[in-house]
Ligand binder design. Sequence first.
Ligand SMILES: C[S@@+](CC[C@H](N)C(=O)[O-])C[C@H]1O[C@@H](n2cnc3c(N)ncnc32)[C@H](O)[C@@H]1O
Length: 257
Amino acid sequence: MNNDSGHKESAEQERWYAAAFGSLYPILYAHRTIEAAAPEARFACASVALQREERALDLCCGTGRHLATLEETGATLTGIDYSAELLLMARDRLKPSTRLVRADMRRLPFNTAFDVVFSFFTSFGYFYEDADNLATAGEIARVLTMGGRFFMDYLNPLSLERTLKKETVRSVNEYTFVETRWIDFDRRRVNKQVEVNKDNQHIETIHESVRLYTFEELATLLHQAGLRVFTCQGDYHGAPYGLDSPRMIISGVKAKP
Ligand SMILES: C[S@@+](CC[C@H](N)C(=O)[O-])C[C@H]1O[C@@H](n2cnc3c(N)ncnc32)[C@H](O)[C@@H]1O
């Protein structure tokens, strides 16, 4: 595939997600804590009316920061993630009864049905091929019971295009992160490159890239997968979704075709 400068992304670049969520990720996003996630997890539970006797999946659970609050509900919980490092951190902070599984979101290793699937903090749209993002939605639908609910916290492409900060520099402990962001309008993706310096030495470059789906495109994709959208909110206070919303938060159900 060609990007807007005409060159083809390598297979390695397209698999950016396999390298981006290693041991530096919790430092880069040190402000994304269990405490910050707690009201998000409670809002999500209320949106889908999660009950204690139900089974819920946190798709792309990372370090388990939302699962930590979901445990308060008494529901039977599973988290999946591709990053072995983040799953180890999650294991340390969660109850033994919370099952954690390493898997790719496009191929979930479950026949088990879930009553609810959560996807927090832009964990969707990672793949360069729309078919792979559709496969992920298909897996959400496949593992849900008929009538099961899903909750997806995704970026708002409309506000992001206007508010994107091209470059920021941040320090966390001995690390300095130089973050450069840009939109590839041809591929309709938002990209980020992070140069990581430790004690003034460059140690790593991290890439992130997320497909920019409009609400209509995402609702259509979810519909194709067998999911129906029933609400779209713009933030974690329940404001309606619009041009300036910080987020696109979709709740819906698995419905008969
Ligand atoms: C932006 S983080 C969000 C993590 C978590 N939901 C949170 O809010 O902290 C995205 C997560 O998706 C996981 N991930 C990336 N690619 C994946 C894939 N192909 N299959 C499953 N998980 C993946 C990453 O390891 C990371 O934990």
